[in-house]
Ligand binder design. Structure first.
Ligand code: KMH
Ligand code: ZN
Length: 273
């Protein structure tokens, strides 16, 4: 079985220090959290950035400052900026970090309810536009799917040339408005992607570690981090993103799956070395 790629989604746009005081906002805090995750075994950092007061931003300058600071200390880690940003941002605002030509970036494959009155909007034309920009800029998209219909959308747009093979999916499971985090739904998603595709699974909240185990035994890859879950166990706030990654490494070792370093992750995902 391929080695396991662990992605750490260290910050997100919605989670705050009220959920967990270790959620990073400043550049220094992002470097600390990315570093702890990397040292624990993460080879990819899925990155959102904030102003120092915690306000989410897609500012190219802020992304550059955070990415440069992380790479100064951890030069080989793969940084995957979000193009999802926060609910309500415009397409061009969200696309700003792709101007920095990162190796990867997320590409969200559909619209969904996002709790309360919030709608995370990704029309077909938005997905096409983001897909074209990523091909133009040589960026490998991580196809964020919150439901099965979003896999179907990605496959349709792949046929039309807006997304290239081999595709790499992120099954985001357990968002209030998206697919649940049950094992049945996990199997449904993983059986719906092409044979040459890779996937990672991001279980939200209590689904994080059970779905990590499912992906570990299935040969998939795993995303953990404060964006998705801030607890290391029921009722116990995680000390860091590193602690969440450490738990996945422990589970993988118990189940006989080795962990990929960034060079190996680039090979598995077909990124330029
Ligand atoms: N913050 C959500 C609205 C992504 O990173 O591409 C979108 C999100 C997905 O987090
Ligand atoms: Zn994200």
């Amino acid at each position: 079985m391929e080695k396991l790629i662990i992605t750490a989604a260290i910050c997100g746009a919605e989670v705050t220090k009220e959920h967990n005081p270790n959620v990073p906002y400043t550049i220094e805090e992002c470097v600390r959290e990315a570093g702890l995750a990397y040292e624990a075994g993460a080879s990819i950092i899925h990155l959102h950035v904030r102003e120092d007061d915690g306000t989410p931003t897609q500012s190219k300058d802020r992304f550059k400052a955070v990415m440069d600071a992380i790479h100064a200390k951890y030069p080989d880690v793969i940084i995957q900026p979000s193009t999802g940003g926060a609910v309500g941002m415009s397409n061009d605002e969200r696309l700003q970090p792709t101007e920095l030509n990162p190796e990867m970036a997320t590409l969200d494959c559909g619209t969904l309810n996002f709790g309360g009155d919030e709608i995370f909007e990704n029309t077909e034309n938005t997905i096409k536009y983001f897909g074209e920009k990523m091909i133009e800029r040589g960026i490998k998209p991580e196809l964020e799917v919150f439901d099965k219909s979003m896999i179907d959308m990605a496959l349709r747009l792949h046929k039309k040339g807006f997304i290239q093979s081999p595709m790499h999916f992120d099954f985001v499971m357990g968002v209030n408005g998206g697919i649940s985090g049950t094992l049945r739904d996990f199997v449904f998603l993983r059986e719906s992607i092409p044979a040459d595709a890779t996937y990672t699974v991001a279980g939200i909240g209590r689904f994080e570690f059970p779905l990590a185990v499912a992906a570990i035994i299935d040969g998939g890859h795993v995303r953990v981090g404060f964006e998705d879950n801030t607890m290391i166990a029921k009722g116990q706030v995680a000390e860091s993103n590193g602690q969440l990654v450490e738990k996945v490494v422990r589970l993988a070792k118990e189940l006989g799956r080795e962990i990929a370093n960034p060079t190996e992750a680039r090979e598995i995902l077909g990124l330029k070395q």
